[in-house]
Design a protein around this ligand. Sequence first.
Ligand SMILES: *Cc1c(COP(=O)(O)O)cnc(C)c1O
Length: 493
Amino acid sequence: MDSFQEAAAADETLDPPDWTEVGALSHRIVDDAIAYLKDVRERPAWREMPAEVRDFFDAPMPRSAAPVADVYGDVARNVMPYPMGNIHPRFWSWYMGASNFTGALGDFLAAVQGSNLGGGNHAAALMDSQVVNWMKEMVGFPASAGGTLVSGGSMANIIGLTVARNVKAGVDVRERGVGAMPKPLRYYASDQVHSCHRKAMEAFGLGNRALRRIPTDDGLRIDIAGLKRAIAEDRAAGFKPACVIGTAGTVNTGAVDDLQALATVAAGEDLWFHVDGCIGALIAIAPENRSLVAGIEQADSIALDPHKWLHAPFEAGCALVRDASLHRNTFAVTPEYLESTPRGLASGEWLHDYGLQTSRGFRALKIWMALKEHGVEKFGRLIDQNIAQARHLTGLIEAEPALELMAPTTINIVSFRHRLDGASEERLKAFNTEMMLRLQEEGIAVLSDTTVHGRHCLRVAIANHRTRREDLDLLVAEMLRLGQEIAAAATPA
Ligand SMILES: *Cc1c(COP(=O)(O)O)cnc(C)c1O
């Protein structure tokens, strides 16, 4: 061998020396994955990791090679048995979807192709735009609207609120910054608004106080008269009312603001109308409940979350902006190293012009495959099914004297607590927190908690295509059992 041949022989790659072996392991991984999902109902909804599993995550950085079968063995032993649990039929915490296997295959294939969404002329880029177009259609937006897939709802809201800021700034804010704005901007939302909007205000340099929280009515919807008063007050005080954020499904209780009324206020007051539809925008595809989100199609921008009610594997959010040119004008920058060409890979639309990321993963495929497999109508029915299940649980709570409903159930979120005769609010909170933790630790169900109208409550959010009514019946039965156990343990014999 001459020195050239030696160098060539030494070239390394991440590809395996023997694809046959990798093929066998890969088939095993797929078989294991299928078994994992098939048996999900038989496993606990959550379980604590033993100490040796925790220690496993302190292992030092691997400097040299290990057989990939051993690497997978580590994952199978230490990772797969201890998930967050949101794929479990009795996981109802916070708010997230339950994933799906076709979506997982999509994520796998997207990673195999490895595409970055930059450079507009390839299949991943076209599919990304296609999925965004389908989202527009689902919520009744025109095909001409702008949109982009992002990491999740928080980013999708940031996209919409950034366009609102730039449109309403009264100055070229991209060039001159928020300090040059003639008047400080004000955004409005209900006091139930998701925390990501606060982060947006802070990131924009507007500050948290730029977001006025408007009180809510008994149904925890924004009070329209209160909103109008706040706008008038702010105008008189020299602020520039810029944007009203309607929430289609609040994270606390699932309340849906009156979107038609908000659209009217926004039009009358010259405000940008943004809808945080991370939970509820997709109710627009649910035949029995779509009237709940009527008016969403009038928004200037919408944030929605395919990783919630479309059950896309994390992460997948989507921002839509009615006027595509306003959307593009907010983010488009063409540095010399990203110029498009008349033909070839770099021709076509560059999708990074619609958001903050440069590199973007091929998120569309996992959404696309599941939508094609099941059809949009089935996703709509599943949304209706979750809402019906929440109503079923609400009925069980109302019929059970030991339980107390804490907020009206509008969609798929039920806020309630276990009663405790004569107990203070503080004691009730401790009692219900203990109940929530035991439900987790016994692997029965995963709930979360919150505070509504100043009172602590437990929360069941059913965004889960695996949940059955019998799971909710079981929850109530187990809560009654635990209620007696916890009360007995607290009372000295
Ligand atoms: C989940 C949620 C968000 C944040 O979305 P992520 O996907 O978690 O980033 C924002 N608003 C509401 C109402 C939500 O439910």
